[in-house]
Design a protein around this ligand. Structure first.
Ligand code: PLP
Length: 377
């Protein structure tokens, strides 16, 4: 099987499995316990926190371990908006992952005003629209670093400058960007940033949220006060260790691996546009994730193309694993101006460490026939 769905999940790295094993078998104390078993677990947790902080270039105390990207996004959006001393208005981009979008909508049901920033046809946020929406009553702005369905990377530095000028805190969902793009939080100009370990070789159900020390955050889960009172619940030390090891490895290899993946991606994009009549690239042609290529094949059901490709030994997705199988057209593609019928024809290929040229060539051989078969289905 050729696996081209790393944006949905990427297998854990061997080094991660080796690093977490002791924390599942020998070092099994509760990191909050004062005895020796607890202290050993705490040492592992502290080292993991320092490791994540080193990649993000933040203080260890600004890292909150969570149960994945969704939880990190929920905590950032609800926690910062609720604690903000200024106003009850939240601004999000129209193409956020549901982990942000639905959380903002939940806030709207509690009386917050939520505005969605438009994007252009390539999925880039409309900075003028953003500037009009953000003011001194804005409790939080959340704009994702890179989109999961169309791969577009946002101009975060410009987004950040607008937010800074208005004094509004900025959160970014870096779940797809982590491991592929720089994550230094000061250079990005963000006040909060979410990552999810299973997108870069860590374990599913593990993640982290960076929250700048000066930004007030109201906890979402209440209890024993772990993670500096920001996320109660016994910490999953093995998950945190796996997150830190995976992030460190991804960061060390990032520049070289990104260049390799960009070359594969560009070959795939050019080959698909050449070989499949009517194929359209979705998202931005250049400002996009290195490992991500997404298309629409107008008139051809995306789900049927996936089945045809799977029969040829290639697995990929229709754009978002969360909405796979759902009949609704993607809110992301609709926001870029595609009509609902075209949006339902989406197919996404996302590559990872094991992907090579031969995999891309296999897609280019199989796809034209898969699209023809799906068109006739
Ligand atoms: N945000 C984005 C952009 C994602 O792509 C995903 C998962 O695909 C999430 C958040 C949710 O992360 P998790 O699967 O760790 O809950």
């Amino acid at each position: 099987m050729i696996y081209l769905d790393h944006a949905a999940t990427s297998p854990p790295r061997r080094e991660v499995l080796e690093a977490v094993w002791p924390y599942l078998t020998r070092v099994t104390g509760n990191p909050s316990s004062a005895h020796e078993a607890g202290r050993a677990a705490r040492a592992g947790l502290d080292a993991a926190r320092a490791g994540v902080a080193q990649v993000l270039r933040c203080r260890p105390g600004e890292v909150v371990f969570t149960g994945g990207g969704t939880e990190a996004d929920n905590l950032a959006v609800t926690g910062i908006a609720t604690a903000a001393p200024r106003g009850r208005r939240v601004v999000v981009s129209a193409i956020e992952h549901p982990a942000v979008l639905e959380t903002a909508r939940a806030l709207a049901r509690q009386g917050f005003r939520v505005d969605e920033v438009r994007v252009d046809a390539r999925g880039v946020v409309d900075l003028e629209h953003l500037e009009r929406l953000v003011d001194d009553g804005t409790a939080l702005v959340s704009v994702m670093y890179a989109n999961n369905e169309i791969g577009t990377v946002q101009p975060l530095a410009q987004v950040s400058a607008l937010c800074r000028a208005a004094g509004a805190p900025l959160h970014t969902d870096a779940v797809q960007a982590a491991g592929h793009l720089p994550l230094e939080v000061d250079a990005l100009g963000v006040d909060a940033l979410s990552v999810s370990a299973h997108k870069f070789g860590g374990l599913r159900g593990s993640g982290a949220l960076f929250v700048r020390g000066a930004v007030p955050l109201e906890a979402v889960t209440h209890g024993g006060g772990q993670e500096g009172g920001r996320r109660s619940g016994t910490v999953d030390v093995a998950g945190a260790v796996g997150t830190a090891v995976a992030l460190g490895l991804a960061e060390a290899a990032r520049e070289e691996e990104s260049a390799r993946l960009v070359a594969l991606r560009d070959r795939l994009v050019a080959g698909v546009l050449d070989a499949v009549p009517g194929a359209r690239l979705t998202g931005h042609p250049v400002q996009r994730l290195p490992h991500h290529a997404s298309f629409c094949f107008p008139g051809v059901g995306g789900e049927t193309v996936l089945l045809e490709l799977e029969a040829a030994g290639i697995v990929c997705s229709s754009g978002s694993a969360c909405s796979a199988g759902s009949e609704d057209a993607s809110h992301v593609l609709l926001a870029t101006g595609l009509d609902a019928d075209t949006a339902r024809t989406a197919v996404r290929f996302s590559m990872g460490p094991g992907t090579g040229e031969q995999d891309v060539e296999a897609v280019l051989r199989a796809l034209p026939a898969a699209v023809r078969a799906a068109a006739g289905a």
